[in-house]
Design a protein around this ligand. Structure first.
Ligand code: HEM
Length: 391
């Protein structure tokens, strides 16, 4: 189904191969830690825009979170300002939804009997073909529309972007152009739900644990004062905020079972025979709640990272939520920056006397079910600071 839907070029789904290695290298060259700060200006702009949206329509905070997650990729990679109302943003959300259904096994017949793909789409039981045809059209649009706009903007002097610069260098090399387009589309698909789920989980955690919220705010006030917004330079001075970020990803990893992997050869692990081709799932959820590693594993306790002898600023490799090994999340440095900056920015979140249940979806990406809360700037001056970012 993934192939029929046009997901073949998406790095997330690609099996280990020369092609995967080539495409992963392109990703790494563009998202590696040493150059990730080139995205900072866009990340500031997007997070500040998000804060202004929270001031204007706080009740739509979940929509603003999704917009922030997707917009950051459009802006950083393509140099485009694309809001949720834009048809291309809607197309991406729709195709993401289809891929989530595929990953949850919504089309078992064609996965088991691939010859069914030759049946006509009107044939009873072949709904999957209609879904796939629509998704393929959507993926083609997502692959080309923002890419062509970015290249056009560069050629006409209206603005540069990483995708457009790569495309100009690769002009005439169709294989390379395909890989560049796929990097953009994969980023849009991989970033939106994961970043969004993390920020929704953070918001929910702050409402359910007002004591933690208060401690985080006190730390921010002590270190930054109240007359400016946080910058990435402040990060190492904010250990409690860091601990909150780590605890959100520990307790609520957006991909609790990571991505499925296939063993490439026969193996034996702790006495278990794992045959070649076996579907192997890393249970991030269980690892993050292992009582041998975390005391009171089901409780939201950021302090655990402060009490640990290593402190909260360990390498991102220690965050299981980003996966591990050679398929570890390749966008993790970018995700880390967007999520941290949003968490550290000043806002008050309250349950507003409503009893808020801690309910999560059962999708492939795990995120809080819609909930109500009140989000306000922490002080009148914080509001002035946020509104001033518009200029
Ligand atoms: C909080 C946000 C994010 C989380 C928690 C997250 C988590 C993950 C996880 C668990 C995997 C699977 C790792 C494995 O197979 O072991 C993954 C893969 C991947 N992620 Fe992320 N991700 C996030 C954001 C992003 C962003 C912003 C991008 C792109 C800009 C991205 C791009 C990718 C790609 C391309 C892969 C596939 C890598 C491969 O198979 O070689 N992710 N991510």
């Amino acid at each position: 189904m993934t192939k029929l839907c046009g997901g073949e070029l998406n790095l997330v789904f690609a099996p280990y191969s020369d092609n995967w290695r080539k495409n992963r290298k392109l990703f790494q060259q563009n998202f590696r830690q040493s150059i990730i700060d080139r995205f900072h200006p866009d990340q500031y702009a997007m997070v500040h825009e998000f804060l202004r949206q929270l001031i204007n329509t706080p009740d739509k905070f979940m929509q603003h979170i999704l917009a922030l997650s997707q917009r950051t990729i459009f802006s950083t990679l393509y140099g485009l300002d694309v809001d949720l109302d834009d048809p291309i943003a809607k197309t991406m959300i729709k195709s993401n939804h289809t891929f989530q259904r595929i990953l949850l096994g919504a089309f078992p017949a064609v996965e088991r009997y691939p010859w069914l793909r030759f049946m006509p789409s009107w044939f009873p039981g072949c709904e999957f073909k209609r879904v796939a045809e629509q998704c393929l059209r959507d993926m083609n649009k997502a692959d080309t529309v923002p890419f062509e706009m970015a290249v056009e903007n560069l050629k006409t002097g209206r603005g540069s972007s990483p995708i457009a610069e790569l495309a100009i260098k690769a002009e005439g090399n169709s294989e390379e152009i395909t890989a560049i387009k796929a990097m953009g589309t994969t980023s849009l698909a991989a970033a939106a739900d994961t970043t969004g789920a993390t920020l929704s989980s953070f918001t929910l955690a702050m409402i359910l644990h007002p004591d933690v919220q208060l401690k985080g705010q006190e730390e921010i006030d002590r270190v930054l004062g109240r007359d400016r917004l946080p910058t990435f330079d402040d990060r190492l001075s904010l250990p409690y905020v860091e601990a909150i970020y780590r605890e959100v990803l520990r307790l609520n990893p957006p991909l609790p079972l990571g991505m499925g992997h296939g063993s490439t050869e026969d193996d034996v692990y702790l006495g278990y025979h794992i045959p070649k081709g076996c579907n192997v799932i890393a249970n991030i959820w269980a690892m993050n709640r292992d009582p041998d590693v975390y005391s009171q594993p089901d409780d939201f306790l950021p302090e655990r990272f402060l009490d640990d002898s290593t402190g909260p600023f360990t390498s991102l490799n220690s965050i299981n939520a980003y996966g591990f090994g050679r398929r570890v999340c390749v966008g993790k440095y970018m995700a880390d920056n967007t999520v941290w900056l949003t968490i550290a920015s000043p806002k008050d979140m309250e349950g507003n006397d409503i009893d808020i249940p801690e309910e999560y979806t059962n999708g492939f990406t795990r995120e809080p079910k819609p909930f109500q809360c009140t989000i306000t700037p922490r002080t009148p001056f914080a509001k002035t600071l946020i509104l001033a970012t518009a200029s």
